[in-house]
Write a new protein. Structure first.
Length: 412
């Protein structure tokens, strides 16, 4: 049976360092915990980054999602890498043309103990996040971990508590809230352009598990213990983006549901062949939620993510927000906004009796020429460097707790 490949990530960047001067605040809205790093006025040195999980492979996740922005930004400097062996670490340094002074490690503890590292980045598979991040937290390093924060909520809580105890700055990789498209939706809602919000509907198709087969690359999505699957990864990313734009759920008002309708699946090897045998899957392929938002009035919410083929010729997801002044329709090419801008944003203006196309400023070619996987992650790094709001480990724990409510409903 093929083994799941760790997701490697490159998070580098040069730029404005906040060493010793960043303060943590709470954004004065809803339950979500947001860090605001106050931009220091005098220290212009780069934030020095140590990365765990940067592969030398050109098509790896980190190379597409993290390296393009981080290598080009003046706000960060990669000073160290850590992989499973010194050989693989040195290969990554060479493959990405990092400076010869970049330190190579094969030990999390050694990297965490490096006094030249200001920000310790964890870009490995979800089931390793706890083991990789804890040495850095214990050593007093500021830490960035991709979503989900850990394989379990218990681990996530322990990580968040330790970071708070040591007064560390933490970043959770929920980058969908950095999307210009999501922020435009939030702007339209907050400005009153839609009127009172009465309903929100979201439907997304995750383009995996067609023909009842899992690719060898994402085989681990079938195993709940690993912590990375359609519910935790896709569900967490999409829901966080929606909550950022619309608001949090009203406590006690919602019903989550997670269903596994494909409990046994084939595995597709890298050569395209299918395994003859079927393998057990204990993670959901249907994710649903009905509820109400904690706003006035308490708008209703209908949410559905599913695996399988998308409707031919249609976007991967559709998000509709209905207000008393009209309805906003947002379409994404993928199942969610975390890795792509909206294909279209249209407003059915009830007062004018016409449909308006909404334009979104993506920030120019500096951003649009990057791979789509890296645009919002790059914006997340910029938020940290420039003192803008971003999600921290406390926010991650809240999202983990909601995911646990889905697991409590899990059936197959």
């Amino acid at each position: 049976m093929p083994l799941a490949r760790p997701v490697s990530a490159v998070r580098s960047r040069r730029g404005i360092s906040h060493r010793g001067t960043i303060q943590v605040q709470k954004q004065p809205s809803s339950r979500t915990s947001i860090c605001i790093a106050l931009h220091r006025l005098t220290d212009m040195t780069p934030i020095r980054v140590g990365i765990v999980g940067l592969s030398s492979k050109p098509g790896a996740w980190a190379t597409l999602a993290h390296l393009p922005r981080l290598a080009s930004s003046p706000n960060y400097e990669i000073v160290a890498l850590c992989n499973s062996s010194l050989e693989s670490t040195k290969a990554a340094i060479k493959a990405h043309n990092l400076p010869a002074t970049t330190k190579a490690y094969d030990s999390y503890e050694a990297l965490a103990g490096d006094p030249d590292v200001d920000l310790y980045v964890v870009s490995t598979r979800a089931d390793t996040h706890y083991a990789v991040a804890m040495p850095a937290l214990k050593a007093g390093r500021n830490v960035f971990v991709e979503w989900p924060l850990a394989a379990t909520t218990e681990q996530a809580k322990e990580m968040a508590a330790l970071a708070k105890q040591k007064n560390l700055k933490t970043i959770i990789g929920l980058q969908g809230r950095m999307s210009p498209s999501v922020r435009k939706v939030k702007e339209l809602i907050d400005s009153g352009a839609l009127g009172e919000i009465h309903s929100v509907n979201y439907h997304g198709a995750i383009h995996v598990w067609q023909n009842n087969a899992a690719s060898d690359r994402y085989y681990y999505f079938m195993n709940r213990k690993i912590g990375g699957n359609l519910l935790t990864i896709y569900g967490g990313h999409v829901l966080d983006s929606i909550f950022y734009a619309v608001g949090e759920l009203k406590p006690g008002s919602y019903t989550p549901m997670a269903v596994n309708l494909r409990p046994r699946m084939h595995v597709m090897e890298s050569d395209g062949s299918l395994s003859e045998e079927l393998y057990e899957k204990n993670t959901p392929d249907q994710i649903l939620l009905q509820g109400r938002f904690d706003r006035n009035p308490p708008a209703v919410f209908s949410f559905h993510l599913r695996a399988g083929d998308r409707f031919i010729g249609c976007p991967g997801s559709t998000w509709k927000i209905y207000g008393t002044k009209g309805e906003l329709a947002v379409e994404f090419a993928s199942a969610g906004p975390q890795m792509a801008k909206a294909v279209s944003i249209r407003f059915s203006n009830s007062e004018k009796g016409e449909i308006e196309d909404i334009e979104v400023d993506e920030g120019g070619e500096e951003w649009t020429k990057m791979p789509t996987q890296g645009q919002n992650i790059g914006r997340l790094y910029e938020a940290y460097a420039e003192g803008q709001p971003y999600g921290d480990f406390d926010l991650a724990v809240e999202r983990h707790e909601l995911i646990d409510e889905f697991w409590a409903s899990f059936t197959q």
